[in-house]
Design a protein around this ligand. Structure first.
Ligand code: TPP
Ligand code: NAG
Ligand code: NAG
Length: 608
């Protein structure tokens, strides 16, 4: 029967990764028709065992097994990679049997960890999580971050199958067929590791039946291109379709063997012990309780808000990477220790675990670290968008305003990074009230949400009953006769307000806008208000020039005639110092804003 399903993926040979599929034909057959418990007619059933194809380029073999289960029509396989087919070149969640997109190698096991953690500790259900990895992929550090996480949290419901087929794309893998070296590495990371012949159905069945007390690594020695005589264990065939005559002879050989086998296998159903979860309407039961004039850092307001959200919504979970007493996710942990996952200093894995925890709508996930450390997980964030994930990320310590710790700790590219993600919403709250609203909105907003928080304490500027919406800016300071519109966020909004007071003494009035979300940006409020100031806009941000608030505003007003946007941002790699010194040196403090306002006004006076 397994040969029969091999034939299905042979039908996909026209244009994909045949040799990468051939090495795992027996592994896939055993997993899907012997080991895993699931409902083939309901691939996303919460009680099903989970499968993640970390080596996503072997997608055709995944599609082949789902055709073999009857879920996919065999004829659909012939549409592989066509623009109107769901069968894309790599797995994506538009296929109901796919939880997370794969194809950027090294990320599947981290997501599998999030799913296994959820199964064991949140759902307390019996489903298992199986993840198939390539040996070339084992060079990715993120794989080993996940290995460490799985053993630390004793994820005995997690099985990693390593397809040791010796070859990568352009070269043999560093360890080639030295399976014992893989075994020692896995054991050193706290896994139970077993070497098997990956083409022996019996050996695979036996090892998968063993009782488990640790995460299990099955180190499967395989042959890349197995079953295609001319390509077996040979360089030069990765990702290449077979020539027609070669494909035909391989198919013929398989068909002759299939004729002698007419037994059909069916997977066993799961134990129905993962209950459905509703993540709709994750609400705060009461308004924020800040007093006008109180001072609080938005990072702290984040922790307070998250703990509060968790108090009333049992499916809210928080992750952090050993920065919880800086990001203030610690406040959540103190109140809800069973729903806090310490991911330690492994930000790539933290994002993958977050994605895994959020699949099948099991949890509302918030993961936090310094904004700048999300840069090293950008590939994971990009894949989160492709995975249609709804995770929420909070990045604290944005900008030069963190002060003394210096540039290695300052988030200065994070707005650019998150703005570029198509499914992302970017919150940049400026006080405690708006931070609490951002947390509540993020929990209910589809796609990726990023909340940018700051270290300095700033005054509460909003009334606790103020209503906030995604894409709705606030005019926080105005008169009937304003000359310039200033757009600032976080610390620079407070600097803009101070500049407004300064300028008022010289009878220069400015309008100050808080965008609240940088993406989507409230173009209408900005344009309408800037019209009242003759199209004069100044943006000021604690971020590098490229890709931040200023560029967002520029693209919003690009079609307005007579508008000018003057941008203030950080133009060089900063240094240590006191926050107010750094804001001054890098030209984004109240004096710099007041100076820019005067300059804009004098140049427009000269132009007359
Ligand atoms: C992060 C990343 N880097 C590079 C690639 C390009 N790539 C696709 S498959 C492949 C080789 C994979 O080798 P291995 O993991 O051993 O899988 P095999 O095809 O041998 O089963 C490479 C380099 C990728 N998809 N992702
Ligand atoms: C975090 O907690 C540790 C351990 O208590 C402490 O040493 C450290 O100073 C704290 N860091 C911050 C930023 O408060
Ligand atoms: C600017 O105008 C072009 C052409 O009409 C339009 O396609 C585009 O969406 C406009 N951009 C903005 C930001 O309004």
């Amino acid at each position: 029967r397994l040969l029969h399903n091999s034939m299905y993926f042979l039908t996909c040979f026209c244009c994909s990764h045949p040799t990468s599929c051939c090495s795992v034909a027996e592994i896939m057959s055993v997993l899907f028709f012997h080991t895993m418990k699931y409902r083939p007619d309901d691939p996303s059933n919460p009680s099903n065992d989970r499968f993640i194809l970390s080596k996503g380029h072997a997608a055709p073999v995944l599609y082949a097994v789902w055709a073999e289960t009857g879920y996919l029509k065999e004829s659909e396989l012939l549409n592989l990679r066509k623009v109107d087919s769901i069968l894309e070149g790599h797995p994506v969640p538009k296929q109901q049997f796919v939880d997370v997109a794969t194809g950027s190698l090294g990320q599947g096991l981290g997501a599998a960890c999030g799913m296994a953690y959820t199964g064991k500790y949140f759902d307390k259900a019996s489903y298992r999580v199986f993840c198939l990895l390539g040996d070339g992929e084992m060079s990715e550090g993120s794989v080993w971050e996940a290995m460490a996480f799985a053993s630390y949290y004793q994820l005995d419901n997690l099985v990693a199958i390593l397809d040791i087929n010796r070859l990568g794309q352009s070269d043999p893998t560093p360890l080639q067929h030295h399976v014992e070296k893989y075994q020692r590495r896995c054991e050193a990371f706290g896994w139970h590791a077993v070497i098997v012949d990956g083409h022996s159905v019996e050996e695979l069945c036996k090892v998968l039946n063993q009782p488990r007390h640790q995460p299990l690594a099955i180190i499967a020695k395989t042959i890349k291109g197995k079953g295609i005589p001319a390509a077996e264990d040979k360089m030069g065939w990765h990702g290449k379709p077979l020539p027609k005559d070669m494909a035909e002879s391989v198919i013929k050989e398989l068909q002759s063997r299939i004729l002698s086998c007419n037994k059909r296998l069916y997977p066993s159903p799961p134990n129905e012990d993962a209950s459905p979860v509703s993540l709709r309407n994750i609400r705060m039961p009461s308004a924020p309780s800040y007093k006008a004039g109180d001072k609080i850092a938005t990072r702290k307001a984040y922790g307070i808000a998250l703990a509060k959200l968790g108090r009333y919504n049992e499916h809210v979970v928080a992750l952090d990477g050993d920065t919880k007493n800086s990001t203030f996710s610690e406040l959540f942990k103190n109140e809800h220790p069973n729903r806090y996952v310490e991911c330690y200093i492994a930000e790539q894995n933290m994002v993958s675990v977050a994605i895994g925890c959020a699949v099948r709508d099991r949890n509302v996930v918030f993961a936090s670290t310094f904004a700048t450390f999300f840069t090293r997980a950008y590939d994971q964030l990009r894949m989160a968008a492709i995975s249609e994930s709804n995770i929420n990320l909070c990045g604290s310590h944005c900008g030069v305003s963190i002060g003394e710790d210096g540039p290695s700790q300052m988030g200065l590219e994070d707005l650019a990074m998150f703005r570029a993600i198509p499914t992302a919403t970017v919150f940049y709250p400026s006080d405690g009230v708006s931070t609490e609203k951002a947390v509540e909105l993020a929990a209910n907003t589809k796609g990726l949400c990023f909340i940018r928080t700051s270290r300095p304490e700033n005054s509460i500027i909003y009334n606790c009953n103020e209503d906030f919406h995604v894409g709705q800016a606030k005019v926080v300071y105005k008169t009937n006769d304003d000359h310039v519109t200033v757009v600032g966020a976080g610390v620079t909004l407070h600097e803009a307000l101070a500049a407004a007071e300064q300028l008022k003494k010289d009878r220069i009035n400015i309008r100050v806008i808080d965008p609240f979300t940088i993406k989507p940006l409230d173009s209408k409020t900005i344009i309408d208000n800037a019209r009242a100031t003759r199209g004069r806009i100044i943006t000021v941000e604690d971020h590098y020039y490229e890709g931040g608030l200023g560029e967002a505003v520029c693209s919003a007003v690009v079609n307005e005639t007579g508008f000018t946007v003057h941008r203030l941002a950080v133009s060089q790699v900063p240094r240590s110092g006191k926050p107010h010194e750094l804001l001054r040196i890098f030209g984004i403090d109240r004096d710099a804003i007041a100076h820019a306002v005067r300059k804009v006004l004098s140049s427009s006076a000269n132009a007359k």
